[in-house]
Structure formats: C-alpha cells, structure tokens
Design a protein around this ligand. Structure first.
Ligand code: MF3
Ligand code: CO
Length: 249
C-alpha cells in the first residue's frame, strides 16, 4: 500500500526535512581534511536532538551511528569511526531525521580539496541526475519515468548506475512502498498521486555498477571494482503540478 499523506502529516515531514537540511548545512562546515567521521556523527546527533528530532539511522536494524559517511569506493552505509577525511577524498553523507514519527532522508557527496576532472564530473553529474529525476515528478507520471530519466542521463555521461540499491517511499517508515529505482523503462510502474512522498537517490559510479559488502562489517557497501561512487538524495512530496522538496532550503 502506498500512503497518501494528509496536510498534517506533510507539515510534520516538512519540519523533519527542514532539520535534515539544516543538519547537512551544519555538517558542511566541518567536512574537511583532518576531521574524523565520528566527529561528524556527533555534530549531527547533537544538532538533530537540539531541534527535537530523532536521528533515526541510529539503531535502525542495528546501525550503530546517527549518520552514514561513505568515502570514495564506499557507496552507502559507511559507519563513522576514527577515519580522517583527507585531501582528494569524495565523502557522501546520508542520514534520516524523524519528527513526531515522520521521516526525512537526504544525502550529499562532497569533494575534498583537489580531485581530477573525471571525479569532479562524477559528483556534479550525480547531483544533476537527482535534479533530472526530480524534474519528472508530478501527479500522473509513472515511477519508471523518473527511473528512466536518471539512467539515460547517467549513461550519457559515461557513468554506471548502481542497481542493487534504490530510492523508496517514505513516511512513518524510512523505507516504504514504492521502490524508486535509478534505472528502468518509461511508462512502467505505479502512477504518482498528490500526497505521496518519495526519496529519490541516484548512486552513480565511475566504473562498473556491481556493489558488495566488505568483510569489515555488515553495513558498508562498496563498488566491486573499487571505483569511486557518488550519492545525492532528496525527500519530495508529489503535488498536482509537480513536486516540493522537503529536504531542501
Ligand atoms: N538513506 C539511507 C537509506 O535509505 C539511510 C540508511 S540509515 C541506516 O538506506 F541506518 F541504514 F544506515
Ligand atoms: Co534513502
């Protein structure tokens, strides 16, 4: 069942999304060489709690921290720890914020210092892929229209689309129906209706699309060929005319 949110529920998701956005903005100030990923985790935890929200990744299916920090060939679900950010890294930050039972989910990838133009293009084009996916969203459109637009753009830019991880509906649960794949055919899948809320999240790589777990833990997902990966995500509300980003400015 795909839930249609009431105006009251949307209001709660707006607040959760706004705090998610502001927490990303706070983190941005600290994402630089020498900062450890657990320092970032603490900053996010404190910020989210201070704003009367819950860092809902913490404890989700046993995830041990409040945010996911995934560096270079890590695609998602990196666990904050002693690792220091360094010049030349690309760092993806992904987390959920809950307010009065309602979730928001957003991710960004940062370039640290100097990287080659190919890496810059990976990050820029993953961000654009999200914008292109978002631009398709409106009442009456099908999920496959979003998926196809993201895939077509990624391939045009010579990037691979991770297929093992997908975007999702969101609401009282972090992951709800429907799946929102970053690949697929136009005109397929469920029809979007006003009041649906989705997390759209392209994950693109410079190499091949295959990903796997490491033997370090049960969480971090890396590219099999160790190529770099980028990830951008917003939570959006479907409206009659288009969409409203809930995790934006
Ligand atoms: N945005 C991530 C996702 O959709 C959030 C994961 S929280 C975690 O999978 F607890 F699983 F890390
Ligand atoms: Co998500």
């Amino acid at each position: 069942m795909i839930s249609i949110k009431s105006e009251r529920e949307i209001e709660l998701m707006r607040y959760a999304g706004h705090i998610n956005y502001l927490a990303h903005e706070e983190l941005k100030k600290h994402i630089k060489p020498g900062t450890t990923t657990e320092q970032l985790d603490k900053i996010a935890y404190d910020f989210i709690i201070k704003h009367e929200c819950v860092p809902s990744c913490l404890g989700y299916e046993g995830f041990p921290k409040s945010i996911c920090v995934s560096i270079n060939d890590e695609v998602v679900h990196g666990i904050p720890g002693k690792r220091k950010i360094k010049n030349g890294d690309i760092v993806s930050i992904d987390f959920c914020v809950r307010y009065k039972g309602y979730e928001s989910d957003s991710a960004r990838t940062y370039i640290i210092g100097n990287v080659n133009p190919e890496v810059e293009a990976l990050v820029e084009n993953t961000k654009k892929a999200l914008q292109i996916g978002l631009s398709k969203v409106k009442s009456g459109v099908k999920i496959g229209d979003i998926s196809h637009a993201i895939e077509e753009f990624a391939h045009k830019k010579g990037l691979s689309v991770v297929e093992d991880l997908v975007g999702h509906g969101i609401g009282t649960n972090m992951h709800e129906e429907p799946d929102v794949p970053n690949f697929g055919k136009e005109g397929t899948g469920i029809v979007l209706k006003p009041g649906m809320t989705l997390s759209i999240e392209p994950m693109l790589t410079l190499g091949r699309k295959e990903v796997c777990l490491t033997d370090q833990d049960d969480w971090v997902i890396v590219t099999e060929d160790e190529s770099l990966a980028a990830h951008f995500e917003h939570t959006v509300l479907v409206t009659e005319e288009g969409y409203e980003i809930l995790t934006g400015e």
